[in-house]
Design a protein around this ligand. Structure first.
Ligand SMILES: NC(=O)C1=CN([C@@H]2O[C@H](COP(=O)(O)OP(=O)(O)OC[C@H]3O[C@@H](n4cnc5c(N)ncnc54)[C@H](OP(=O)(O)O)[C@@H]3O)[C@@H](O)[C@H]2O)[C@@H](O)CC1
Ligand SMILES: [K+]
Length: 450
């Protein structure tokens, strides 16, 4: 599974707006469908490597892309068969169908045919789950290689429903932009390797996939304080804050103070007693405060969160600190990154609905903070509507303590100054890159070991 880096993501409504704008600017949709069909044919050609190809066409424009691809592949000498679910229903699909001079079979008649299936049944126009008999029919193709056009058929492209496609794709060719379903669970794994065909629409939007990680080399004039000073607050379980402080240092902070713990995980980390927390909070060199790792909910946490909020420092609020800070944040937004996992998000924002992207965006608007909604399909959302989707993360990150490491990395990035959203995206990118480097058998401590 893989996804193009820094690629646009559009909902079906935004996609239709972009298509309409394209038509207004003088590019007919038939031209886009031609480009889409050629792009599908190119990938199918490479995947098929000379083998026969069966193209399954639906009634809408997704099916239209399939007919164009069939025509292009046949012209290249590939043995192509086309099977349709129904007659084309749109003018575009009808004209694409008219361009295909070969026979059109029924899907069950074509079952025995090809090792490579091009799934052009439904794209962003799917409006309800697939009928049961069609689902059963399509399952009979399981085991063949599958190239899905735009999305695997059966998937609701905006990520609002967890309808799973009967035929998971080996490769999905997203047209013009990725769709939320490509980057959200449970549908993302069914998309396989996602490729993007930029077919003439220049999508304007605020959602993208994770950008490539930039190597942040310190400036020649750097010293430990101007590289970012992070104050990590340890609660009753200091191991978690220890991980966060080590991670802040590894992720590039110049100076890390671990407050409330006597044991530093790395020799360069300064430990201090609780008594100095207030004093440290007013230290002008402190660029970010991390609070929450290893801290159960309760009065003690509430008191410290209030003090951190009063300080006006940029904050990373993790675990129970998120709910503790919520009433204040909703009243007076501050420069903060919240890092909830699924359970913490549900506790803090039980009333939000929609896709994971919608809910992350709504939480960011409500709190005025950047939200990193963690999971295998991590979403980073800013209050101004920017979103970065980090699918696929690393499966090795699904282990205790990795969230504390992410919180520390957020502290390091935030302490450098600059935009909190960019800091959050950089921290998520760093976290995934570290995990990818270590891979099999990773435990949280490995992420901060070297
Ligand atoms: N973005 C781009 O640049 C370009 C995008 N293009 C392509 O267009 C695709 C979108 O095309 P689209 O809007 O025609 O929708 P599409 O997915 O083909 O399906 C709609 C049809 O399915 C039907 N239907 C719905 N649900 C159903 C169900 N459960 N079971 C049965 N039927 C169902 C629905 O009929 P209904 O019954 O709902 O009236 C309607 O007939 C897009 O994904 C991309 O591939 C390119 O061609 C051009 C450039
Ligand atoms: K499809």
């Amino acid at each position: 599974m893989s996804i193009p880096a820094d690629a646009p993501i559009l909902t079906s409504a935004a996609m239709r707006e972009a298509e309409a704008a394209c038509a207004v600017q003088g590019t007919p949709l038939s031209e886009l469908m031609e480009l889409a069909g050629v792009a599908v044919a190119d990938i199918a050609w490479r995947m098929g490597a000379g083998a026969p190809i069966l193209i399954l066409c639906g009634p809408g424009n997704n099916g239209g892309d399939g007919y164009v691809a069939a025509r292009v592949l046949a012209a290249r000498g590939v043995a192509v068969r086309v099977a349709a679910l129904a007659e084309p229903a749109t003018d575009l699909a009808k004209s694409a169908r008219a361009g295909w001079s070969g026979p059109v079979e029924t899907i069950d008649a074509a079952l025995a045919s090809a090792p490579l299936i091009v799934d052009a049944l439904f794209g962003v126009g799917l409006s309800r789950p697939l009928a049961h008999d069609l689902t059963l029919l399509l399952r009979r193709f399981v085991g063949r290689r599958v190239l899905a056009v735009d999305v695997p058929s059966g998937v609701e492209s905006d990520g609002n429903a967890d309808w799973m496609p009967p035929l998971a794709a080996d490769v999905t060719l997203a047209l013009s932009a990725l769709k939320p379903a490509h980057v959200l669970l449970p549908t993302a794994p069914a998309c396989g390797r996602v490729l993007l065909a930029p077919i003439g629409i220049a999508p304007h939007g605020t959602m993208r996939t994770l950008p490539p990680l930039k190597a942040a080399t310190p400036a020649a004039t750097a010293h430990k304080f101007n590289r970012g000073m992070v104050l990590v607050f340890a609660g009753p379980m200091p191991g978690a804050a220890g991980l966060a402080s080590a991670s802040a240092l590894r992720a590039g902070a110049g100076y890390v103070v671990l407050e409330g713990s006597e044991r530093a995980p790395l020799s360069a980390i300064i430990t201090e007693s609780d008594a100095r927390f207030g004093e440290r909070l007013s230290d002008p060199r402190v660029g970010a405060v991390v609070i929450g790792p290893g801290f159960p909910a309760g009065d003690e946490l509430l008191f410290d969160v209030e003090a951190a909020l009063d300080s006006g420092k940029p904050l990373v609020l993790d675990a129970a600190a998120i709910s503790a800070a919520l009433p204040r944040l909703c009243e007076t937004p501050c420069r903060a990154i919240l890092t909830p996992h699924e359970g913490e998000f549900a506790r803090a924002f039980p009333e939000l609905y929609g896709s994971k992207i919608d809910r992350a965006k709504a939480a960011a608007v409500r709190t005025g903070a950047v939200v990193i909604y963690k999971g295998a399909d991590t979403i980073v959302a800013a209050p101004d509507g920017r979103v970065v989707a980090a699918w696929p993360g690393s499966p090795w990150l699904a282990t205790a303590g990795t969230g504390d490491v992410l919180a520390g990395a957020c502290g390091a990035m935030l302490a450098r100054g600059g935009d909190a959203f960019d800091a959050a995206v950089a921290a998520v990118g760093w976290h995934i890159a570290q995990a990818a480097r270590i891979g099999r058998g990773l435990v949280a401590d490995d992420l901060v070991r070297e």
